[in-house]
Design a protein around this ligand. Structure first.
Ligand code: AMP
Ligand code: MG
Length: 324
């Protein structure tokens, strides 16, 4: 049985801490997507995340921290990394940094790498980590390869019966996973576009962010999780659509109609007013809703590629990629 508790419930934090202390995972809301969180220092707890998700173990996890001290106990910060944390934390930016000598993150969470991915989330999840006192490893709370959850109901649909507890904090504010940035001394490399647009990082640091070649092909050792096919609904996804084919549902943007839309199984608009932030927050939910119509395919209109559009288009390409 999976319990669903609203985060406003008096007993929610205590219930979550109990499950976490027991070395088991809890699904919880963050500002990005719902996470499947467990003690990053406990090998059984981490194993349980991989098993619940069906996630390949070579794909390391992000460790979530409550404050900068907790982060510094785990990884070493260059001055540039400090500046990034000061500017963007708490928030949807993950930094990949060298493990520190005092690190207690278990190698299962880092896939044995000499670096760890670390992030300070905002809101409820951060308070829970502070209460727990140790970092929480937390990938998205969905079965590996599926569309990420942005509501507690999405989590229940995908993982109901497989986990003890889902905390319900409503819809996620950002709706896309964090931006992952490798900070190598003074060098910045984008491992995954996400909730913080690259342009903002370049503006804040005055440094160019290198796009790693692995990003699109997905098989580099530096970012083992950048698998080409991911976020896959059941229906096939067709990108840059300008017209609607038979049996297709439509996901469009900015109120722009596609040719033949009147025959579509369903028409969803990521943001009728053309706002990329709104589009990001709606993306995963609309992919799931389009899929649930039973359409044979999902036709997706072109989405602008600047700002958050880069992350939206990254997720759409993975949703459309050939399945393994
Ligand atoms: P997820 O937990 O599904 O949001 O994915 C976390 C992503 O972070 C995965 O794609 C990993 O490949 C990536 N990641 C985690 N740790 C590292 C690391 N030490 N170096 C590079 N990438 C990492
Ligand atoms: Mg995920």
């Amino acid at each position: 049985m999976t319990r669903i508790l609203p985060i406003s419930d008096q007993g929610a934090v205590e219930a979550a801490l109990e499950v976490l202390r027991d070395g088991k995972p809890v699904a919880l809301p963050t500002e990005t997507v719902y996470g499947l969180a467990a003690d990053a220092t406990n090998p059984e707890a981490i194993t349980s995340i991989y098993e619940t998700k069906g996630r390949p173990r070579f794909n390391p996890l992000i460790s979530h921290v409550a404050d900068i001290e907790m982060a510094k106990a785990q990884v070493s910060f260059s001055p540039l990394a400090e500046q990034l944390a000061a500017t963007f934390w708490p928030g949807p930016l993950t930094l990949v940094l060298p493990l520190s000598e005092t690190s207690t993150i278990h190698p299962l969470a880092t896939a044995g790498l000499s670096t760890a991915a670390v992030r300070m989330p905002e809101g409820f999840s951060r308070q829970l980590i502070a209460g727990f006192g140790r970092p929480l490893a937390a990938p998205s709370a969905n079965r590996s390869g599926r569309v990420s959850p942005t509501t507690a109901q999405h989590v229940a649909d995908d993982l109901g019966g497989r986990i003890d507890l889902i905390l319900d904090g409503g819809r996620c504010r950002v709706g896309l996973e964090s931006t992952i940035l490798a900070v190598d001394g003074a060098q910045l490399r984008l491992l995954r576009p996400g909730g913080i647009p690259v342009e903002l990082i370049e503006e804040a640091t005055g440094k160019p962010v290198e796009r790693s070649p692995s990003q699109s092909t997905g098989d580099s050792i530096i970012a083992p999780g950048m698998l080409a096919s991911h976020y896959a609904p059941n229906a096939g996804v067709r990108l840059d659509a300008t017209e609607v084919g038979p049996g297709e549902a439509v996901i469009r943007f900015g109120g722009e109609r596609l040719a033949g839309e009147d025959n579509a199984i369903a028409v969803l608009d990521l943001s009728p007013r053309g706002d990329l932030r709104e589009a990001a927050a709606n993306l995963f939910d609309m992919l799931k809703r389009a899929d649930a119509t039973g359409a044979t395919g999902i036709a997706v209109a072109p989405i602008p590629d600047q700002g958050l559009g880069e992350a939206i288009n990254d997720r759409l390409r993975r949703a459309a990629a050939p399945r393994p």
